[in-house]
Design a protein around this ligand. Structure first.
Ligand SMILES: Cc1cc2nc3c(=O)[nH]c(=O)nc-3n(C[C@H](O)[C@H](O)[C@H](O)COP(=O)(O)O)c2cc1C
Length: 223
């Protein structure tokens, strides 16, 4: 039985005339199509308020049983960024020289990436996203988080979208393993680094790899 005391009318929902929906969806696609991962950043400052708004947008994401199992650490401190760069490059060196399979390196080749990650120090913000795998009940017992990875993936997608919409560039960075982020950022053991989002303005002479996105036909089936 639904307890009516605990429910509200959905006043925030907006329905648009069909023609307007058509235009809105098209416009949004046109805007999202312009998003690219950037690996050369400018050191220009970005107002913190903009980052906060984008994080608020990410925080509205749906999550399994509304556990909201995410934590975002926003790093702008130059010393901490340097620590992250040094630790990440150590893992990246190991990856490119020993850990990565030939197949993985071949898949990465078109991106032109290597073990050097200067953008980790140059970009004004690193947003480290962590998955709260579980939390605690008031009595100290573990509280399970349902679909934590899926939920954080969705919130991250919304954050990337919000940053792009605001006019910022971002790079999803995933050195592997990422345990060093718990140490540097002093995050507890129930949080696991999900990925690091490098955020800022693109460098003036930025270039991006020529990539093809699959067509609607390739990525969908309508039944
Ligand atoms: C989960 C995930 C992990 C990624 N890890 C890295 C990374 O460690 N380094 C990097 O340069 N790019 C990374 N990328 C960016 C992808 O290479 C990029 O999204 C892809 O090539 C498509 O390019 P686009 O974002 O410009 O459309 C990652 C992207 C995702 C979604």
């Amino acid at each position: 039985m639904i307890d009516k005391q605990k429910f509200l009318p959905l006043t925030e929902y907006r329905e648009y005339p069909t023609e307007e929906m058509q235009q809105r969806s098209e416009k949004f696609y046109e805007e999202m199509k312009r998003r690219r991962s950037v690996r050369q950043f400018s050191d220009r400052e970005v107002p913190r308020k903009i980052i906060e708004n984008c994080l608020r947008a990410a925080g509205t994401a749906p999550s399994g049983a509304n556990m909201q199992p995410w934590h975002f650490v926003v790093v702008s401190d130059a010393k901490v960024k340097k620590e992250i760069r040094l630790a990440a490059e150590k893992e990246e060196r190991e990856f490119y020289r020993n850990r990565a399979t030939r197949e993985w390196l071949d898949a990465l080749a078109p991106l032109g990436t290597d073990e050097n990650k200067p953008f980790l120090e140059i970009a004004p913000y690193l947003i480290v996203i962590l998955v709260e795998r579980y939390s605690f009940f008031p009595d100290g017992s573990k509280r399970k988080h349902y679909y934590a990875l899926e939920s954080v993936g969705i919130a991250t997608g919304m954050l990337i979208t919000a940053l792009h919409h605001a006019g910022l560039a971002a790079l999803t960075h995933t050195p592997s393993p990422m345990g060093f982020l718990n140490d540097i950022l002093k995050r507890p053991a129930n949080e696991k680094p999900f990925l690091n989002l490098v955020v800022g303005y693109p460098a003036e002479d930025v270039t991006v790899p020529k990539l093809r996105k699959k067509s609607l036909h390739e990525i969908t089936s309508f039944i």
